[in-house]
Every structure is written in C-alpha cells, then in structure tokens.
Design a protein around this ligand. Structure first.
Ligand SMILES: [Zn+2]
Length: 232
C-alpha cells in the first residue's frame, strides 16, 4: 500500500530540505538539527556531578540553588551563537526540543534533580515576544519537562511590560522587590515544589537571578537552573 503521509513528507523535503543549524548544509531528516561535523564541533561543558561548575559559580551567593547546569560554551561568532540565532529568529522550534531533550537526559544523571516538579522558561519581554512571535526557550523547557517527567509551566513566571532587566544596576544597590521585572503568579501554590528554571544563555546571571527571586517569593520553593549555553 502506498503510504501517502510518507509521500507528502518526501515532497515537502524536496522543496524545503532540512539544513544544518551550524553550517546550513542540507542534511537528512534523521540528522536534523546538525550535520555530523557540527555535532562533533559542539563545545560541550562536560560538567559532571562531582565537581562545582561555572554556572554554579556565576550565581554563587546570589541565589540559593539546588543545582545549576549548562550544556555548551558560548563564544561570539561561533557555532553555538549561530545555533542559538537560528532557534531564536528562524523559529527552529524542533531544534529547541532537540536540545531540551539532550539537557534533560544529562540532568537525569544528577540524583538531586530527579525530584524536579516543574520546568519554567524565562519569559520574554512582551514587546519582544510580540515582534518575534514566540519564546525560543519554551520548546526547550517543554522537552526538558518531558524527559524529567515534570510539568511544563509557562503561566507562573510573568514579565511586566514596563520594566527591562537592569543588568547594569549595582548588585548591592539592587532592590529585588522594587526593580524586579518578573513576578511569580501569587495564586498558584508552589509550596514544597522543586522548580527548574531555564534560559538559552547565561552571561552575568542577572535575568536568572531576578526570576529566582520572583519565584522565591513563594515559601519553601527549591530552585535549580539549566541553560543551553554559558558565556565563556
Ligand atoms: Zn553542519
């Protein structure tokens, strides 16, 4: 019997082939989102559970975390920057899910993360979301939640329209209640929950710090953080 679904898929591939997110060469559907060469070139952080890592170090003393994790090193004009650009601006949501599943499986190696109840993506500024049409971190968070058998929740953490993250405000002078452009939905009961907060890149950690403080306004919340990449 002729499989009409496969024929449609093949025709679609003929006109809209999948391209490697790193080098834009045409690749098979199975290889998506990266060709073998780009896959081997990925600068993995290779964090392991026995040693302190750089993501931990960025947030040390600023946010109380159960665990912090990043999959890749981020450099300017690099393969990782190209991949993130494609996910962000070219709606490569399937690639977001690919990396989300990858991170999820890495996190399963950490016994302290098997208790994650929900995965929450950092929300985009509403203006940015309107322009871009979607939040690139959501699909990644959704896939992570699936692997960790946790809930994916994008209704809890909110970004207020008026404020932008003030990364330049002196950390000591920052008032997390007044300056925080994020808020956690007060009507949801988060008591006793272990929340995994996720974003694409961590650089200074300011955005994640604000988000963590917003979520910690709920009592007895445990927080962990996972990002696709960390600025080297
Ligand atoms: Zn490639």
């Amino acid at each position: 019997m002729i499989d009409s679904v496969n024929i449609i898929n093949d025709l679609q591939y003929l006109f809209f082939p999948d391209c490697c997110l790193g080098c834009e060469k045409i690749i098979t559907k199975k290889a998506y989102p990266l060709c073998v060469h780009c896959r081997h070139e990925l600068p993995l952080t290779s964090y392991n559970r026995l040693t302190e890592n750089h993501t931990d170090r960025i947030l040390y003393g600023r946010v109380r975390l159960r665990h912090a994790y990043s999959l890749l090193w981020y450099h300017r004009n690099s393969l990782v920057q190209r991949i993130i650009h494609q996910i962000k601006y070219r709606h490569q949501e399937a690639a977001g899910a690919f990396f989300g599943r990858w991170i999820g499986h890495q996190l399963l190696e950490y016994p302290e993360l098997t208790s994650v109840d929900m995965v929450i993506p950092v929300p985009l500024h509403p203006e940015k979301k309107r322009k871009r049409g979607y939040n690139q971190t959501e699909k990644m968070a959704w896939a992570m939640a699936e692997v960790l058998q946790a809930e994916f929740r994008k209704d809890i953490l909110k970004r207020t329209a008026g404020k932008r993250t003030q990364t330049k405000v002196n950390r000591i002078n920052r008032n997390f209640n007044e300056d925080n452009p994020f808020m956690a939905e007060p009507r949801v009961d988060l008591r006793g929950k272990h929340i995994l907060l996720t974003d694409d890149v961590i650089t200074t950690g300011a955005t994640l710090e604000f988000c963590a403080h917003a979520l910690a306004s709920h009592p007895e919340v445990t927080l962990s953080i996972a990002t696709l990449a960390i600025t080297a």
